[in-house]
Design a protein around this ligand. Structure first.
Ligand code: SAM
Length: 233
C-alpha cells in the first residue's frame, strides 16, 4: 500500500498520463499509478545504485517493464530530448534539491504540461523557481503523516503571479498562497510552531545583547515572524 503522501502525489497526475518520477527510490509511485490506471506509463529516474536496483526489481515484480522504463542518472538527464511526457513528479527531497533538478533540466521541461513536487522542507525555493520560470501554481496540499508535515505543489505553464493576487508576495512564497487561503489546521499548526521557534531565537539574541538595530539575524527573523503572523491572523 502506498503512503498517503505518495497517494496524494499520484492523484495529481493528469489522466492517462505518461510521466517521469525523478528520485523514485523503490518506484512505488509509478508502479502504483500504472496499476491503478492513473497513468499509462512512466520513466523512473534514480541517481543512486541501491535505489536504482530496488526500482528495477519493483518494476519486474509488478510485471510493468513494458510500460515503465527505469533509468540511472542525475535529475532530468534521464529524459531523452524530444521524449513525450505529460508530467514530472519529484517527491521526498528538500526544496533546494528539487529546485536544482528543475533548473539544471530546464530544457527537458519544454513540452511537459504539469509538475507535481513534494518537498520535505524549504518549499519556498520551489515557489521562487516556479515564479521565475513562468509556471503557475495551480494547487497545493499540506498533509501530516507519521508525525511529519509534507507539502505538495502542483504547477502548470501560465501566469506565475496569478496565485499571489490576494497575498503579499514574500508571505505567499514562504507559506504557499493556496495553503494560506485555505488555512487548514495542519497549516496553522506548522506555522504556529515556526512562530514559537522564531520567538525563542529572538529571545536568545536579546539575551546575548542583540537588537533589531544592531543585528542582521534579528531583523531577518522579525521580518519572517511578522509576515507569517499576518497570514495566520
Ligand atoms: N520519491 C520517493 C518518495 O517520495 O518516497 C523517494 C524519496 S528518497 C528520500 C530521495 C531519492 O532521490 C533517493 O533515492 C536519491 O537517490 C534520489 N536522488 C537524489 N538526488 C537525485 C538526483 N539529482 N537525481 C535523481 N535522483 C536523485
Amino acid at each position: 500500500k502506498l503512503s498517503q503522501r505518495l497517494e496524494k502525489v499520484a492523484n495529481y497526475l493528469p489522466e492517462n498520463s505518461i510521466f517521469a518520477d525523478i528520485g523514485s527510490d523503490h518506484a512505488y509511485l509509478p508502479c502504483h499509478a500504472v496499476l491503478e490506471g492513473k497513468a499509462q506509463g512512466a520513466i523512473v529516474g534514480e541517481i543512486t545504485d541501491g535505489p536504482f536496483y530496488s526500482a528495477q526489481k519493483q518494476v519486474l515484480r509488478c510485471e510493468l517493464s513494458d510500460v515503465i522504463s527505469v533509468r540511472k542518472g542525475d535529475g532530468l538527464s534521464v529524459i531523452e530530448d524530444g521524449e513525450h511526457l505529460d508530467c514530472i513528479t519529484i517527491a521526498g527531497m528538500g526544496g533546494g534539491l528539487i529546485k536544482k533538478i528543475l533548473e539544471e533540466g530546464k530544457k527537458k521541461l519544454v513540452n511537459v504540461k504539469r509538475l507535481v513536487l513534494q518537498p520535505n522542507i524549504h518549499a519556498i525555493y520551489i515557489r521562487q523557481w516556479l515564479l521565475e520560470n513562468d509556471w503557475e501554481l495551480i494547487d497545493e496540499t499540506i498533509l501530516k503523516e507519521d508525525s511529519k508535515i509534507y507539502e505538495i505543489l502542483v504547477a502548470e505553464k501560465g501566469d506565475p503571479l496569478k496565485p499571489y493576487q490576494n497575498i503579499e508576495l514574500q508571505a505567499g512564497l514562504l507559506v504557499g498562497p493556496i495553503l494560506a487561503k485555505e488555512k487548514s489546521p495542519i497549516f496553522q499548526k506548522k506555522w504556529s510552531h515556526e512562530i514559537n521557534h522564531w520567538k525563542t531565537i529572538l529571545k536568545q539574541l536579546e539575551d546575548a545583547g542583540y537588537t533589531y538595530e544592531n543585528n542582521d539575524k534579528y531583523r531577518e527573523v522579525t521580518g519572517q515572524l511578522q509576515l507569517v503572523q499576518e497570514v495566520l491572523s
